[in-house]
Design a protein around this ligand. Structure first.
Ligand code: AMP
Length: 598
């Protein structure tokens, strides 16, 4: 029920006093976006004035925007490598931040094949918690009654390592779930999960998923929303149910937990809540044993009001599959964040995925925007156009996000391209357009053109002894199956038809490509099972010429035509698939360990 509060928000009537405060905070912060940005920059520059980095650029204690912009360069991760290395190797001096670097967050963006290491400081956890605390108050404006049930969220921790200097390196969500901010969060009736901490924090991904699914089934009537961080994660959970429902229903029927769940704290928790329930088991079995899984989420969790998953950016490819399994439940994209910094939230979370706009919260970091020309190849480094401040971006224009954070990134290019769709008060709202340089993505992996090229080169070495070479190639992220997988189309030129590469050799080529891909890809293949085996489809000779003819018939210039290294336009896919002569899958998992290669 909406409360009558003196803090009543123009976003809508808040559901409770605490929501009123959160909505008021959003209103205040977005109404004074520019002065909040001023304060944030001043705070960051004041506290870090004695750091090696700011001293190097002779900021001399200045905290104003003009001096900051005139003295500090706009940088990428590669520029910071020396500093990151020193911190990773144990240099505890104030290099980037006056506050001690508490750990590294390992981004899904990679550099030289390994996850980027993002320095962070303890207090960033408070900022992350603050952004999380705004999500439900906004959602409660649109979906009443969420305090009367629970959320079935599939949340996982991933492996962590230590740098040579002893700092932890792990993904931002692993860091968050393992923090007291999450583990000892106060009870909030609007934000109760079916998954216990014991399951979320279980490092074994099978046991964690099994327990979370079982808890979700046991509490099926109470589930009002179903979610995961990314769409691919929720689909992985559905696939897990497809594979494991016989055992799950047996556990429910008998009240005896699957012996494969060996984690002691998990067992202890599950033993407490698992009681024989043949009726529930039969009901779940009845749904799962049907051949047709259309609408399975809504059939099992009948009270679900929406799915909470990110389906913007690369995840948009999963919308049709999610619609299929959910029977068309609304998809809510609530927030936009990264390892470097949490950025903002969607103030209309129940809008259509194509309409999603994220409002950047001006208190999270100091934000600048590099105008982006959609059709250009980017600006040379020394002639970047002038960066624009948060409140000065223009509706309809595209920008690359540049951030200055409390943890010590200064004018750092995140690599995301955003389009301004409007403003909430004086804070702009952005449509996530895409991440720069990403060719292929299934889960959190991001493979760029150079990585694909290198993988093809490495794999094609195996063809030399057959006098065969790869004359052309392109790729496709096939998400029609769960998990999705990379498909690489190869047109081969063989000089010796009596000695052409066998299926076994082409399978080894698939594996060789996987070995060349970055560590996020290989982790998805090996540890997370979020990516299926890579497939090579060999196409008939002349196929790529046909592809060019097709492009030219649709208006491409013959002089400027370049083979697209990734395709997803249906007629092109159909053309390619109709020319396939053989298809080959990677026969084994590539090498991956949590340890970094360098
Ligand atoms: P990571 O550094 O691995 O945490 O990944 C962060 C990146 O994921 C961002 O820079 C975006 O490219 C992408 N991302 C995060 N949130 C969203 C979102 N809501 N929609 C689209 N892409 C997102």
């Amino acid at each position: 029920m909406a409360v009558d509060s003196p803090l009543s928000s123009q976003l809508g009537p808040p559901a409770c006093e605490r929501d009123a405060k959160a909505l008021h905070f959003i209103e205040e912060t977005t109404s004074h976006a520019d002065s909040v940005q001023d304060r944030v920059l001043t705070e960051i520059l004041t506290r870090n004035s004695q750091t090696e980095y700011l001293t190097r650029f002779k900021l001399n204690g200045a905290t104003d925007r003009e001096t900051f912009k005139s003295k500090l360069p706009i940088i990428t991760y590669e520029d910071l490598q020396p500093e990151i290395h020193r911190i990773a190797n144990g240099d505890r001096s104030a290099i980037l931040s006056a506050h001690p670097i508490s750990e590294f967050l390992t981004s899904s963006g990679t550099s030289a094949g390994e996850r980027k290491l993002m320095p962070t400081i303890k207090e960033e956890l408070d900022r992350r918690r603050l952004l999380y605390s705004l999500l439900m108050p906004v959602m409660n404006l649109y979906v009443p009654g969420l305090e009367r049930g629970k959320g079935l969220y599939f949340l996982f921790v991933k492996s962590e390592t230590r740098t040579p200097g002893g700092l932890l390196a792990r993904p931002v969500l692993t860091s968050y779930y393992k923090s007291d901010h999450f583990k000892t969060r106060p009870y909030d009736p609007y934000n109760v999960y079916t998954s216990p901490n014991e399951a979320i924090l279980c490092p074994d991904s099978f046991q964690s998923m099994y327990a979370q699914m079982l808890c979700g089934l046991l509490q099926r009537q109470q589930v009002l929303r179903v979610g995961a961080v990314f769409a691919s994660g929720l689909l992985r959970a559905i696939r897990f149910l497809q594979l494991n429902w016989p055992q799950l229903t047996q556990d429910i029927e008998t009240g005896a937990l699957n012996p494969k769940l060996t984690d002691p704290s998990l067992r202890e928790y599950m033993d407490k809540i698992l009681k024989p329930n043949p009726e529930l088991a039969e009901c779940v079995r009845h749904e799962c044993s049907k051949d047709n899984w259309e609408g399975i989420i809504a059939r099992i969790w009948q009270n679900t009001k929406y799915l909470d998953v990110i389906v913007t950016g690369a995840m948009a490819q999963y919308i049709p599959t999610l619609d299929y399994y959910s029977g068309g439940l609304p998809l809510a994209c609530t927030m936009y964040a990264s390892s470097e910094c949490y950025f903002g939230l969607n103030l209309k979370p129940m809008c259509k995925p194509s309409q999603v706009s994220y409002t950047i919260m001006p208190n999270m970091a100091y934000f600048e925007f590099l105008p982006h020309e959609p059709d250009s190849f980017g600006f040379p480094r020394d002639s970047l156009p002038k960066l624009v401040d948060l409140v000065d971006v223009e509706v309809g224009k595209e920008y690359e996000l540049v951030i200055t954070t409390y943890a010590g990134l200064y004018r750092y290019r995140v690599g995301d391209i955003l389009r301004v769709t409007g403003f909430h008060n004086s804070a702009p709202q952005f449509h996530f357009v895409r991440r720069k340089n990403v060719l292929l993505s299934i889960d959190s992996d991001k493979t760029d053109e150079a990585e694909l090229q290198k993988a093809v080169e490495n794999a094609s070495r195996l063809l030399r002894e057959f006098n065969t070479s790869v004359v052309e190639y392109t790729s496709y992220a096939d998400t029609r199956t769960i998990p999705g997988h990379y498909v690489i189309y190869w047109e081969l030129l063989g000089k010796d038809s009596a000695n052409s590469p066998t299926d076994e050799v082409l399978k080894q080529c698939c594996l060789a490509m996987e070995e060349s891909l970055n560590s996020v890809y290989r982790q998805g293949r090996v540890a997370d099972n979020s990516i299926g085996p890579l497939e090579i489809r060999v196409v008939k000779n002349g196929t790529f010429e046909e592809l060019m003819d097709y492009a030219i018939s649709r208006g491409a210039s013959i002089n400027q035509y370049k083979v697209p290294r990734c395709v997803n336009f249906t007629p092109i896919m159909e053309l390619l698939d109709s020319r396939v002569v053989s298809s080959h899958f990677s026969p084994a998992s590539p090498h991956w360990t949590p340890e970094r290669r360098r």
